[in-house]
Design a protein around this ligand. Structure first.
Ligand SMILES: Cc1cc2nc3c(=O)[nH]c(=O)nc-3n(C[C@H](O)[C@H](O)[C@H](O)COP(=O)(O)OP(=O)(O)OC[C@H]3O[C@@H](n4cnc5c(N)ncnc54)[C@H](O)[C@@H]3O)c2cc1C
Length: 340
């Protein structure tokens, strides 16, 4: 089967790989367009999220698929991709500490959460007076290594085109393929072949901070913001959520917002060495969009990974590959047919 993918962020990368694993002939086009979500992202997989510390949607199914896929790609591409890092969760109030303790006591949370009396390697850097918990089975997926190296391999194999396709181009080339799959991130909100989908795009920004003497820290640190160790004492600090935004660029207002929240967590000097922005392809009902166009039978979409591309992309790429190549039915939870 011959399949064209339009867009190679984390969605296009994982779908290309899943299709190739099943023997499909894949071609990829990506125009390196501004606002890409995967490259500025930290790639965090956090199994327990939100103010009430609840397990992420279908985490038990998605986590092992993600871990296996990223570790297999790490072996194949020979770059670090799957980086397990526990998350040190700062607990702000006695109520939060109590809620945390209650969750830790639940049998189906013991492999994910634990309490701890101090901040460990973060001790010299965090504000005093907070409580601490640890989230286990958390990881960072190195998106730039994965996407960059996968693209390099695709270029060498002669299956990658560095080009932004417009929708007329797509209609012209579609008859040459068994399927064309749009993996175009937030730009899907303008896609005329899927006008019925309900997007709620969320621009996000993050800073890169250098903390002197923090080179040995390997845990992530989370309160309102997350600090992610990137190596050599550099930390990704983010991310923000903007539902309305004038452009795709990093902004002074979001930089100040991140700095205010980092100041609530840290009692240590740091230097800002970078500032990034991108737009998350977030969906109103917070579920991916996978399925065929109602207007053209061989046009498909693989999108809507929202805030959780690292966790969701491997599982749903495999799912769509099974649908395209083996005719397996799509899960109604993600099928674009759910949209009326
Ligand atoms: C600041 C920030 C922090 C985040 N942190 C995390 C995190 O820690 N963990 C996590 O899981 N998720 C995180 N996310 C969300 C995550 O990044 C997304 O879920 C994911 O990247 C979406 O991937 P995608 O491939 O669908 O889209 P994108 O990464 O945006 O990729 C789309 C690609 O399509 C290409 N393209 C679009 N249209 C065309 C066209 N017509 N022709 C050719 N090419 C085209 C673009 O050039 C782009 O490369 C974060 C996002 C942001 C912005």
């Amino acid at each position: 089967m011959k399949i064209l993918l339009i867009g190679q962020g984390i969605a296009g990368t994982m779908l290309a790989w899943a299709l190739q694993q099943r023997g499909a002939q894949v071609r990829i086009a990506d125009g390196s367009l501004p606002g890409n979500s995967s490259l500025p992202a930290a790639g965090i997989i956090n199994p327990v999220t939100g103010k009430r510390f609840v397990k992420s949607w279908r985490i038990e199914e998605f986590f092992p698929v993600a871990q296996n896929a990223y570790q297999a790609l790490e072996r194949e591409l020979k770059v670090p991709i799957w980086l397990p890092h526990p998350i040190l969760r700062l607990l702000n109030t006695p109520e939060e500490s109590n809620d945390w303790a209650a969750r830790c006591a639940l049998p189906n949370y013991t492999e994910y959460l634990s309490e701890r009396p101090d901040a460990g390697a973060w001790q010299a850097f965090v504000k005093p007076g907070l409580g601490y918990g640890v989230i286990h089975k958390a990881a960072r997926v190195h998106f730039p290594n994965l996407i960059g190296r996968f693209r390099q391999q695709a270029i060498e194999a002669g299956i990658f085109e560095h080009k932004a396709l417009d929708y007329e181009d797509v209609l012209r080339v579609a008859p040459d393929y068994d399927a064309v799959v749009f993996c175009e991130g937030f730009r899907a909100a303008e896609n005329p072949f899927f006008p019925e989908l309900h997007w709620q795009l969320a621009k996000g920004e993050a800073l890169l901070l250098r903390l002197p003497q923090a080179g040995d820290i390997t845990d992530m640190l989370k309160k309102t913001m997350t600090l992610v160790p990137m190596g050599d004492g550099v930390f990704w600090a983010g991310g923000t959520y903007q539902w309305h935004y004038p452009d795709l660029l990093p902004s002074a207002a979001e930089r100040d917002f991140i700095l205010r929240h980092v100041a609530e967590m840290l009692d240590a000097p740091f230097e800002i060495i970078g500032h990034v922005a991108g737009v998350r392809p977030t969906v109103k009902d917070r579920r991916p969009y996978i399925g065929a166009s109602r207007k053209h039978a061989n046009l498909f979409i693989f999108n809507g990974l929202g805030t959780k591309g690292a966790l969701l992309a491997p599982y749903w790429a495999e799912h769509l590959a099974g649908h395209l190549l083996d005719g397996k039915p799509l899960d109604p939870e993600v099928d674009t047919l759910r949209v009326v």
